[in-house]
Design a protein around this ligand. Structure first.
Ligand code: ADP
Ligand code: MG
Ligand code: MG
Length: 319
């Protein structure tokens, strides 16, 4: 990927992630409005600050329902539906386990098995009661915590895309720590998005995904993890056991129109593994996935909305 001299890149660190905005014009003011918008969204959805709207719901767990804004209600309703879909290991009530593991934050240790087991009853999405008429959310058990970490970045990437569209921007890319959303075709007829080589140098790529006005989201076990006694513990947890999900995958990348779908499906498919995912995606033509396995295969569910160029021959494409 040779740098395109017409592209202006703006970066920031928000939501605990590096954020990159690419525009085809020098426009500091637009870039700072985008970053302000992201910050504003983060302040609503984060569980890493006590005063967010989501934390207001969590603080009231076991006590009372909390009225939330329409966007928060909608995102929670969506996260609940995905969590309750058949065979889903996506679970937005995973908060108590995420907080216990602290993966991606300092002070990591492997929790006691008993500790984790004791938290499992607090992670049932059926115990979240939504009331459409009052726009309120009630976590029925004290100690429950919702965590929108597996869906919020995708949602916010779409908010940014919609904002840029409204500002009449035709060509742009926003990368929210691995959640990429694009407008237009970039400079060369498509935006080029790198598929990272797991556990390698930050700029090492398996290949390049080319898209035009699509979202590309990757969720992998090499982004947020820690090591203890020679074992790696990553940040996507199995709601059945409380431990990191363990399967044949390094990462899942989803190509779709909306980044919220990309974010949902990367997490959902990661939990399903390759075989089940491929069967599952047959009925959902708008969602396409690339699976990178620990034995160096790059498996494509289908390839209608993007093209792919392999750069690293130690990986084997499977179509
Ligand atoms: P990324 O952080 O790379 O975007 P995901 O979109 O898969 O990855 O989101 C992972 C985050 O979602 C975790 O950091 C945690 O906050 C939360 N999480 C962990 N396990 C699950 C799960 N099984 N279902 C839903 N959310 C989860
Ligand atoms: Mg995500
Ligand atoms: Mg996700």
């Amino acid at each position: 990927m040779t740098p395109d001299a017409r592209i202006y890149a703006y970066s920031a660190v928000l939501m605990g992630s590096p954020i990159l905005l690419k525009l085809f014009e020098h426009n500091e003011s637009l870039a700072s409005r985008v970053f302000r918008l992201i910050k504003q969204q983060e302040n609503i959805f984060t569980v890493n600050r006590h005063d967010s709207e989501v934390m207001a719901v969590n603080h009231a767990a076991g006590s009372h329902a909390v009225v939330v804004s329409q966007p928060v209600f909608n995102l929670i309703r969506c996260a609940k539906a995905v969590s309750e879909s058949p065979d889903s290991s996506f679970n937005f009530t995973i908060g108590p386990l995420v907080k216990r593991w602290k993966i991606g934050f300092s002070g990591n240790s492997v929790p006691d098995a008993d500790d984790l087991r004791a938290l499992l009853p607090l992670t049932h999405s059926h115990d979240v009661v939504l009331d459409e008429s009052t726009r309120s959310v009630f976590l029925q058990k004290a100690g429950m915590e919702i965590d929108l970490g597996a869906i919020a970045k995708g949602y916010i990437a779409d908010v940014v895309r919609d904002f840029l569209k409204q500002e009449k921007v035709e060509n742009a890319l926003i990368n929210l720590g691995g959640n990429v959303q694009t407008l237009g075709a970039g400079g060369e007829g498509a935006w080029a998005i790198g598929l990272k080589t797991p556990f390698s140098a930050p700029d090492a790529l398996i290949g390049v995904i080319n898209v035009n006005g699509k979202s590309v989201v990757t969720s992998g076990i090499y982004e947020r993890y820690f090591e203890c006694d020679g074992r790696r513990y990553h940040h996507i947890l199995d709601p059945k056991t409380g431990y990191p999900l363990d399967n044949e995958l390094f990462s899942v990348t989803v190509i779709s129109d909306d980044s919220i779908d990309g974010d949902i499906y990367t997490t959902l498919l990661y939990g399903m593994g390759v075989e089940k995912s491929l069967r599952y995606l047959r009925d959902i033509p708008d969602i396409e996935a690339i699976f990178v396995t620990k034995d160096q295969q790059v498996i494509f569910s289908s390839q209608r909305q993007f093209s792919f160029t392999l750069l690293d021959n130690t990986f084997h494409p499977v179509y």
